[in-house]
Design a protein around this ligand. Structure first.
Ligand code: ZN
Length: 177
């Protein structure tokens, strides 16, 4: 009874081989598909936005704090805001000063004072990420990505749906585009 016939041996060998093939197929699928799936997600915290009353007053403070110089000051007219950027490792800090008493930052400051205003996540494909998040029930503040500071396409999520955290999605755009 312990003897295995040649036929049975062939069947056992066949199953062993097909098991191996299955493992290879799963490994191959994971190697190929996982990076594609990851592309759809938030890549990293790109920057943290901080609302300030005055850039002139806050710039020296943050230069001292971060021990680095501000690398860019840029006005975004559509948002009535002037921004200043600091590089901190792989992330950035964005200071935001209002250029008008009616601007979004001025209104934020009058309600909540200075402090962290938003967290920006870098995404690979902002439109597909907006579609994904809208499908998950998040409220987008823009229908289409708009041009933001520091060569970015941006879109914000309504903070009511994100535990009162204003979330910005941003995608790097090539300069002169
Ligand atoms: Zn930002």
């Amino acid at each position: 009874m312990n003897e295995i016939s040649e036929g049975e041996n062939t069947i056992i060998l066949y199953f062993r081989k097909s098991k191996q093939v299955c493992i290879w197929t799963v490994k191959l699928a994971l190697t190929c598909c996982l990076p594609l799936a990851l592309q759809q997600k938030m890549l990293k915290v790109e920057h943290i936005g901080i609302a300030v009353q005055s850039l002139a007053e806050s710039l020296p403070l943050f230069e001292k704090l971060l021990n680095t110089s501000c690398y860019k000051i840029e006005e975004v007219e559509s948002e009535q805001v002037r921004t200043a950027f600091f590089a901190t490792g792989v992330n950035k800090i964005e200071l935001l000063e209002s250029t008008s008493p009616e601007g979004v930052i001025a209104r934020y400051l009058s309600k909540r004072g200075e402090g962290i205003h938003h967290i920006a996540f870098e995404v690979q494909d902002i439109e597909s990420e907006m579609k994904r998040l809208a499908g998950e029930g998040f409220e987008l503040l823009q229908e289409k990505p708009k041009r933001g500071a520091d060569n970015k396409l941006v879109c914000f999520l309504h903070p009511k749906g994100t535990k009162n955290v204003l979330v910005e999605l941003c995608q790097e755009v090539e300069v002169n585009k």
